[in-house]
Design a protein around this ligand. Structure first.
Ligand SMILES: Cc1cc2nc3c(=O)[nH]c(=O)nc-3n(C[C@H](O)[C@H](O)[C@H](O)COP(=O)(O)O)c2cc1C
Length: 212
């Protein structure tokens, strides 16, 4: 078996040059997003969301991107979860890894809850069983056992069995991360990668190349 330290890939599937970059990072993201969707990347919308807790300790977990607009990146979760508490700082970072394209996108920005109407519309577009799970799960809280939360879920399912529509839980909904910086990373041979970072200036965006 190979030693961990000997695992090594040579990159070279693409190149990222200044002249090929869109003026706006969301447009650039859309281009790479299309590439990711048409590649064999599994769950291209999976992204690592990073937050910082009240003691300054970083925390990260995967969530799914569920909306993209000129304003930013939308995802959904439980507002009372650990990440929900940490997102109340108003700051977060997300990171996409598209391995099959040897690409990474890093985003930093401000984060806020989206409107209840938007959360409700998305909630009701989810499969009914997922809606019940969202209702039943006290996400990130310690629970007694799997049997205990299964019982809670079963009683919620029973409670709503005659309702056509499961109501949106008060503690569940979306966030939008509005970018202040976005970096596009393309793997290159010999670890001499391409990195282009967009940063905000008065009235728009500028780019700069970062050393690999
Ligand atoms: C592929 C994948 C997708 C996930 N998508 C979400 C999601 O969209 N929303 C969510 O709340 N948790 C999602 N999770 C679970 C989170 O990673 C995490 O376990 C959960 O949200 C609790 O995180 P927290 O304790 O930091 O709040 C996903 C996990 C994986 C592996």
């Amino acid at each position: 078996m190979k030693e961990i330290q000997d695992l090594r890939e040579q990159y070279g599937k693409g190149e990222l040059l200044e002249q090929d970059c869109s003026a706006n990072p969301i447009d650039q993201f859309r281009l790479w997003w299309e590439d990711a969707l048409s590649s064999d990347e599994h769950e291209a919308n999976a992204m690592c969301l990073s937050t910082i807790d009240e003691y300054g300790m970083p925390n990260s977990r995967i969530v799914l991107l569920k909306g993209l607009s000129d304003q930013g990146f939308t995802f959904y979760t439980n507002y009372d979860s650990r990440k929900g508490r940490e997102l109340s700082s108003g700051k977060a970072a997300i990171n996409f890894l598209w391995k099959s394209l040897e690409r990474q996108v890093r985003v930093q920005g401000s984060v806020s809850k989206i409107s209840k109407d938007l959360s409700e519309a998305y909630f009701h577009s989810r499969p009914r069983e997922s809606q019940i799970s969202a209702y039943a799960s006290p996400q990130s809280k310690a629970v007694e056992s799997k049997a205990q939360i299964r019982a809670i879920r079963a009683s919620i399912a029973e409670q709503f069995k005659d309702l056509e529509q499961i109501p949106l839980p008060d503690n569940w909904g979306g966030y939008i991360l509005r970018p202040s910086k976005i970096e596009f990373w393309q793997g290159r041979p010999d670890r001499f990668h391409d990195r282009i970072e967009y940063y905000q200036v008065e009235g728009g965006w500028k780019t700069r190349r970062l050393a690999p």
